[in-house]
Design a protein around this ligand. Structure first.
Ligand code: GDP
Ligand code: MG
Length: 747
C-alpha cells in the first residue's frame, strides 16, 4: 500500500515522514526544501506501507514545480490514501488546499498537526465537527512530539480499504450547477475524478483545457451566464472565493480562540527584535560570530587578546584544555618547563585537541608495530603510515569541530531562526533587484552544495536558477570547513582563529552578493516576483532532530572518508613517492616525485596569487587541485606533503589568499556534476568560467592587499582605495549603460 503526505509548506510533512519512516530527511523551515518526492516505509501495521513525502503546496493548480509534482502524483499514481497534513495553528489557510483534495476520487484523512502548539495557546478545535463537515476522518497529531501518530496510521489504513468518490464544497455556492453539469459530462467520458477535472476545466486550467477542449465548448453557454458579476469572467477567482467563503462560514463553529489579552504571541515579540529592519542583519552577523567563536577560538574569554593574560601549565588546565593541546603542554612537560597557553580554548578547539591526541596515539602505535617488526622501510609501511593514516588523521582531527559547527547551525535552523534569516535577506536583496527565494537554496549551501543546487528547482526563472547554482558553492560547505579549521591554527596571533574562519564565511556571502549584482547588471532587468514565506513559530530545537542531523553528517563523512577520500590519498601517496620511472622504486626525496614535477608546472599558473610562490608553492597547488575530488582532500594532501601546523610557512596574506582560492574555485566533482544536471547548457559553461575567474581574481586581490599592508600600512591603504574606486567606477559605467538602454526603450 502507498500513502501520500500532502499539505502546505511548513505544515510538518517532513517531520511526520521522518517519524513514520525513521528517515532523517532534512526538515526545513522554509519552502522548497522538499522539491522531489521522497519515499520511505512504515512498518508498524499488518503490512508495510510505503510513505511518500510530497513537496509543500498551497493549491493544486499547475503554477509551480511543487504543484505539478504533487498534483501529478495524486492523480496519476493513485495512492491508497492521501494523508492531508493540516497545520492546526493556521487552519483557515490550510483548509483551502483540503477543499481541493476532497474533489479527487481518493480516500483522504486529515492529520491535524501542531496540536501541541494549539493546546499551549489555549485554543480549542472541534475535531468532530470538522470531520462531520468535510465527511472525512480527522486525527489530532503532533508530528514533532510524536503524539497520535499510531492512531493516525491505523485510521488511515482503515480508510485505505474503502473507496471514496470526490465531493466538493462548491455545491453550496452559486457555481454548484455549473460544476454538476460539467462533472456529468466528464463522467460520461469515463474520466476519473470527474469533479476535480470539472472544476479545473471551469477555471480554464491550462492542463485541463488541452485535454477536454470539447467539453469546454459544450459548457460555454452555461459558463457565459456566470460572467455578469464582480469577477467579470474570472472563474479562477470565483472558485477561490467560493472556497474561502465556505471555509469562513463554517470556521467559527470549529475553532474557539482562547481569550488573549493581546494577539501578540511570544514568537511575534521575539521577531520584533530578530527581524528588526535595521538590527536584523547585524544580529545575524553577531550570532554567527558567537557560533564561530565557540567552535574555533583558542581564546574563549578574550583573556589573552584583551588582557594579555597567559595560562601556565598546571594539572587541571592540562586536562581542561585537552592533553595534547597544541602539542605545547606535552612538550613542555617532557622538557620540565612551564607551558604557556594563550587563553582558554573554546569547546571546539578543546575537542579538536583531544581528537588529535587520540588519532596521533593510534598512528604512533601502528608506526611502532612496523618499526619493531623491522619493516618500516617497506613500501606498504609507507603507504599505511605516511599515506593512509596521516591523510585520514588530518581530516579526522577536525571532525569534532565540524560536527559542533553543524550542531549550532542545526539549532538555529530547528528553532525557526534560519527562516527569519531568509526573510531578512529577502528584504535586503529586493533593494538590489534580487529575489530572496534564491537565498534559501544558498543557505542550504552551508551544509552541502549538492542539495543546495537541487533545491533551485523551486525557482521558476531559468536565469535565476543558473545564477543560484553558480553562487551556491560560495556558501562554504561542511567539507571545506576542515581547510579553514586547519588554516585557523596557523594564522598568526592567538585569537585570530575564530575571526579568520568567520571572515571566510562572510567573504563567501559578500562575494556571492557581489557576483549576483554583476550578473544581474549584464542581464535584462525584470521585476522580482513576490515571495511568500510562512514563518513558523519559534520552538525549542528537538534533541531527536539535532541528533539525527549530526548522525547524517557523520555518516556522510565516514562514507566519504572510506571511499573517495581514501582513494585520493592513495593516489597522492603514489604520485608523491615515485618518479616517472616508477619501477625503479620509491624516491628518497619528495622533490623528485611525479607529483612534484606536476606541481612545479602548475605552480606558475597561481604565482600571482601569492601562496604558490616559493619552494613549497607546488604543494599548495597540488593540494588545492585534489580538492576537486573532495574538499577534505585539500587538508589530507597537505599533511601527506608535510604541511601542517608548525611547518606551514605562509604569511597571513598568503593564507587568506589560499583560503579564498579554495572557497571560490570549482567545488568537488559531485557538485560540478549536479550543477551540470540542474543548469541550462549555456548557464553551466558560464558557471564554470565564473568559478575559475572568481577564485583567481578574489585570491589575487586579497593577496596583494595583504602584501601591501604587510610591507607598509599606507601602501595597503592606497591599494584598498584604488580598488574601491575601481569598483565604484565600474558600477557607474554599468548603471549608465542600463540607463541609456532604458531611455532608448522609452524613446
Ligand atoms: P514541511 O515543509 O511540511 O515538510 O514541514 P517540516 O516538517 O519541515 O516542518 C516545518 C516546521 O514545523 C519545523 O520547524 C518543524 O519542527 C515544525 N513542526 C512540525 N511538526 C510540528 C508539531 O507537531 N508541533 C510543532 N510545534 N512544530 C512542528
Ligand atoms: Mg518538507
Amino acid at each position: 500500500m502507498k500513502f501520500a503526505l500532502v499539505g502546505n509548506p511548513n505544515s510538518g510533512k517532513t517531520t511526520l515522514f521522518n517519524s513514520l519512516t525513521g528517515a532523517t530527511a532534512h526538515v526545513g523551515n522554509w519552502p522548497g526544501v522538499t522539491v522531489d518526492k521522497r519515499e520511505g516505509t512504515y512498518k508498524k501495521l499488518k503490512e508495510n506501507i510505503s510513505i511518500v513525502d510530497l513537496p509543500g503546496i498551497y493549491s493544486l493548480s499547475p503554477y509551480t514545480p511543487e504543484e505539478v509534482v504533487s498534483r501529478n502524483f495524486i492523480i496519476d499514481e493513485k495512492p491508497d490514501c492521501v494523508i492531508n497534513i493540516v497545520d492546526a495553528t493556521n487552519l483557515e489557510r490550510n483548509l483551502y488546499l483540503t477543499t481541493q483534495l476532497l474533489e479527487i476520487d481518493v480516500p483522504i484523512i486529515i492529520a491535524l498537526n501542531m496540536m501541541d502548539s494549539v493546546k499551549k495557546s489555549g485554543d480549542e478545535i472541534d475535531t468532530k465537527e470538522l470531520a462531520k463537515n468535510l465527511a472525512i476522518p480527522v486525527c489530532e497529531i503532533s508530528a514533532l512530539k510524536g503524539d497520535g501518530i499510531k492512531e493516525l496510521m491505523e485510521k488511515a489504513y482503515e480508510v485505505a480499504q474503502t473507496k471514496r468518490a470526490g465531493t466538493t464544497v462548491l455545491v453550496h455556492s452559486d457555481l454548484g450547477n455549473l460544476v454538476k453539469v460539467t462533472a456529468e459530462k466528464l463522467n460520461d467520458k469515463q474520466v476519473s475524478s470527474p469533479l476535480f477535472h470539472a472544476i479545473k476545466l471551469i477555471e480554464e486550467d491550462s492542463i485541463e483545457v488541452s485535454m477536454h477542449q470539447d467539453v469546454l465548448t459544450e459548457i460555454e453557454p452555461l459558463r457565459a451566464t456566470y460572467t455578469k458579476n464582480e469577477f467579470d469572467g474570472d472563474f479562477e477567482g470565483m472558485v477561490a472565493d467560493a472556497r474561502y467563503k465556505y471555509i469562513t462560514m463554517h470556521f467559527n463553529k470549529i475553532i474557539k480562540k482562547a481569550n488573549r489579552n493581546s494577539n501578540e504571541t511570544t514568537s511575534d515579540k521575539i521577531d520584533k527584535v530578530l527581524t528588526h529592519k535595521i538590527w536584523g542583519i547585524p544580529i545575524f552577523i553577531v550570532l554567527m560570530f558567537i557560533v564561530f567563536h565557540l567552535v574555533f577560538s583558542e581564546d574563549l574569554l578574550f583573556l589573552n587578546s584583551l588582557f594579555g593574560l597567559e595560562i601556565r601549565n598546571s594539572g587541571w588546565i592540562n586536562f581542561f584544555t585537552g592533553m595534547g593541546y597544541d602539542g605545547i603542554l606535552e612538550e613542555a612537560i617532557l622538557n620540565g618547563e612551564d607551558a604557556v597557553l594563550a587563553g582558554i580554548p573554546s569547546l571546539g578547539v578543546f575537542l579538536q585537541s583531544w581528537m588529535g591526541w587520540l588519532t596521533g596515539s593510534i598512528i604512533d602505535l601502528v608506526r611502532g608495530w612496523f618499526a619493531n617488526g623491522g619493516v618500516d622501510e617497506t613500501w606498504y609501511a609507507g603507504l599505511i603510515c605516511d599515506g593512509l593514516l596521516t591523510g585520514i588523521d588530518s581530516i579526522f582531527s577536525f571532525l569534532p569541530q565540524i560536527l559542533l559547527l553543524f550542531l549550532f547551525i542545526s539549532i538555529l535552523e530547528d528553532s525557526g531562526y534560519m527562516a527569519r534569516v531568509a526573510f531578512i535577506m529577502d528584504r535586503a536583496f529586493r533593494k538590489f533587484g534580487l529575489s530572496g527565494k534564491a537565498f534559501i537554496p544558498l543557505l542550504m549551501g552551508f551544509g552541502c552544495s549538492v542539495p543546495a543546487m537541487m533545491a533551485t528547482k523551486t525557482l521558476e526563472d531559468e536565469k535565476e536558477r543558473d545564477m543560484t547554482i553558480r553562487l551556491a558553492p560560495f556558501f562554504s560547505c561542511g567539507a571545506k570547513a576542515p581547510i579553514w579549521a586547519m588554516l585557523a591554527t596557523v594564522v598568526a596571533g592567538s585569537f585570530l582563529g575564530d575571526i579568520f574562519v568567520f571572515s571566510i564565511y562572510l567573504l563567501g556571502i559578500v562575494i556571492a552578493i557581489l557576483s549576483a549584482l554583476i550578473i544581474k547588471a549584464f542581464s535584462k532587468k525584470k521585476d522580482v516576483p513576490p515571495f511568500i514565506m510562512e514563518l513558523p513559530a519559534y520552538h525549542m530545537p528537538q534533541f531527536k532532530n539535532l541528533v539525527a542531523h549530526l548522525w547524517e553528517k557523520l555518516k556522510h563523512f565516514l562514507y566519504k572518508a572510506s571511499t573517495i577520500i581514501t582513494a585520493a590519498i592513495i593516489l597522492i601517496w603514489f604520485l608523491s613517492n615515485f618518479e616517472w620511472a616508477f619501477w625503479r622504486g620509491m624516491v628518497d626525496d619528495i622533490s623528485e616525485s611525479i607529483l612534484a614535477d606536476l606541481g612545479h608546472v602548475l605552480q606558475y599558473v597561481f604565482y600571482p596569487l601569492g601562496w604558490s610562490m616559493g619552494s613549497e608553492g607546488w604543494k599548495y597547488t597540488v593540494a588545492s587541485i585534489t580538492g576537486l575530488i573532495a574538499k577534505e582532500d585539500v587538508v589530507a594532501t597537505m599533511s601527506q606533503l608535510g604541511l601542517e601546523e608548525g611547518t606551514i610557512a605562509l604569511s597571513n596574506a598568503q593564507i587568506y589568499a589560499f583560503a579564498a582560492y579554495n572557497l571560490f574555485t570549482l567545488p568537488c566533482f559531485a557538485a560540478v556534476a549536479t550543477a551540470k544536471g540542474e543548469s541550462t547548457k549555456k548557464g553551466f559553461l558560464v558557471t564554470i568560467l565564473w568559478w575559475l575567474l572568481a577564485s583567481y581574481v578574489v585570491s589575487m586581490v586579497i593577496y596583494w592587499i595583504g602584501y601591501s599592508f604587510e610591507l607598509f600600512w599606507w601602501l595597503g591603504l592606497i591599494v584598498v582605495i584604488i580598488l574601491i574606486s575601481l569598483i565604484i567606477g565600474l558600477g557607474f559605467i554599468v548603471a549608465n549603460k542600463r540607463k541609456n538602454k532604458q531611455e532608448k526603450r522609452v524613446a
